[in-house]
Design a protein around this ligand. Structure first.
Ligand code: BG6
Ligand code: MG
Length: 218
């Protein structure tokens, strides 16, 4: 029986995925690295450091851990410039209503994001207090597709992994949910449509009640 819903943040509840892309693109342009929208798919859901390591791999370049830290800091500065302008209106269509509906139905809600900026973004969207557990990049060691972030989320909700649905927009996140024995629902990104148990283009097209029934086949 499904008792908990775990939500990724970037690209699921808010369209910050495009700002991550713009910030990496800006850094790559400065460094003279190749980086396009297809390369960006590989970065979705993975940690900041791992993202830059992937960019280095694509470009056949090596950097020291200190240099990686340095460039990740620059990228985060660019990213913060974009997200500083976020307001409550940037929550994706239907997402707030979906969370409210799910809460009303008695589901426990958790955030499961790789982002160290999660608290800042939740604060800007004014939805922080809707979650019973918030697991973000400051609380995990292993990046998705490792299931750590979702397993910690389920544990903090007091639930078994099998009792949780995970909402994700990234391939790494869908794999993480599967690795953690949870039911992955793809959101918004058509690239992951074939890899999840159920796919929605937007939360506006469904309700928590309908979605849980579709996923579990009840
Ligand atoms: C994930 C994003 O949610 O967070 C990734 O999908 C990002 O693209 C990761 O790299 C880490 O985010 P931050 O905000 O800590 O750099
Ligand atoms: Mg995401």
């Amino acid at each position: 029986m499904i008792r908990g819903l775990i939500f990724d943040l970037d690209g699921v509840l808010v369209d910050t995925a495009k700002y991550h892309y713009l910030a990496w693109k800006r850094l790559c342009a400065e460094l003279g690295y190749k980086f396009d929208i297809n390369d960006n798919e590989l970065l979705k859901g993975v940690s900041r450091i791992r993202s830059f390591e992937i960019i280095l791999e694509i470009n056949n370049v090596t950097k020291t851990p200190e240099e990686i830290e340095h460039y990740c800091g620059i990228k985060n500065g660019y990213y913060l410039e974009y997200i500083r302008r976020l307001t409550e209106d940037d929550i994706l269509p239907g997402a707030k209503e979906f969370l409210e509906d799910a809460k009303r139905l008695g589901y426990k809600l958790a955030l499961g994001s790789a982002s160290k900026n999660s608290r800042l973004i939740l604060d800007r969207l004014k939805i922080e207090d809707m979650f019973d557990a918030i697991i973000d990049g400051t609380k995990v060691q292993s990046a998705k597709p490792d299931p750590e972030v979702f397993l910690k989320g389920a544990a903090e909700l007091g639930l078994k992994p099998e009792e949780c649905i995970v909402f994700e927009d990234s391939a790494a996140g869908i794999t993480a949910a599967r690795n953690g024995h949870m039911r992955p629902v793809g959101v918004s990104n058509p690239e992951i449509r074939d890899y999840c148990d159920y796919f929605i283009r937007s939360f506006a097209e469904t309700t928590a009640e309908v979605l849980v029934k579709k996923v579990t086949g009840e």
